[in-house]
Design a protein around this ligand. Sequence first.
Ligand code: BG6
Length: 276
Amino acid sequence: MPRLQLASPDGSTATVYQHGAHISHFQPAGQSPVLWMSQSCVYDGKSPLRGGVPICFPWFGPHAERSELPSHGYARIRPWDVDSITSTDTHTIAVFSMTPNDAELEMFPNTCHVRLTVTLSSALTMALEITNTSDSAFTISTALHSYFEVDDVKNVNITGLENTQYLSKVEGGTYTQDDQPIKFTRETDRVYQNTTTTCLLHDPDKQRQIAIEKTGSKSTVVWNPWIEKSKNMPDFGDDEWPSMCCIETAAAGPDAITIEPGQAHTITAKISAQST
Ligand code: BG6
């Protein structure tokens, strides 16, 4: 499958598939890879890739009314155009874009232009810009669905979401995180609401901390499928769940975004890693 392999002047590297404008690899100079990819990922040009950063658009999760439509929308299962690749003394920048085709307009009947700008330096910055090119307002949910490589998910913790309300897809209902870091002790699938601050993923075994800074996104999704759900996903190895977790920069649920005609909305996520 066609992909771009990017390198920045400082020696950081990234890989982006044209399929889904899907970033599958990010390795800052001097660090081990930051993004997780499943060994069971299906590279057939039709399926979503399991790992990296799928782009969920124009809906997040299952479609609200039509369960037969693809999970997380059409953007991650179609080719994107490569608009440009440029570099400066400090950054390498690749720009991808897409406009929906007829089949996609049948799923979500609104014309739009979607652009992903990937900026690589010692950090990876993704900017997803959605422009409403139709003549009426529409509402989208979306995510930069980042999968992170961890040594053992049972030993990591996440800070930045303390005292925050979340929807739990596992337990059902709305809860409030306590004032402690998030730890993974079971299947976890939560949409934290009204979030604007930076999240830190602390991995004591890897002696690494990953920071996810964001703008334009008010939801943060935290996901690990744990044991049973992993077995039910054909493109996810049964024993891979301890080596990953997702912290997704999203606009979902009550934080979905309405875009007026001629207007655009951009969500950005900047991922960086540092040794601890
Ligand atoms: C997460 C959702 O964002 O993505 C989970 O919150 C979902 O509910 C997961 O299981 C993976 O989704 P998919 O469609 O890639 O299997």
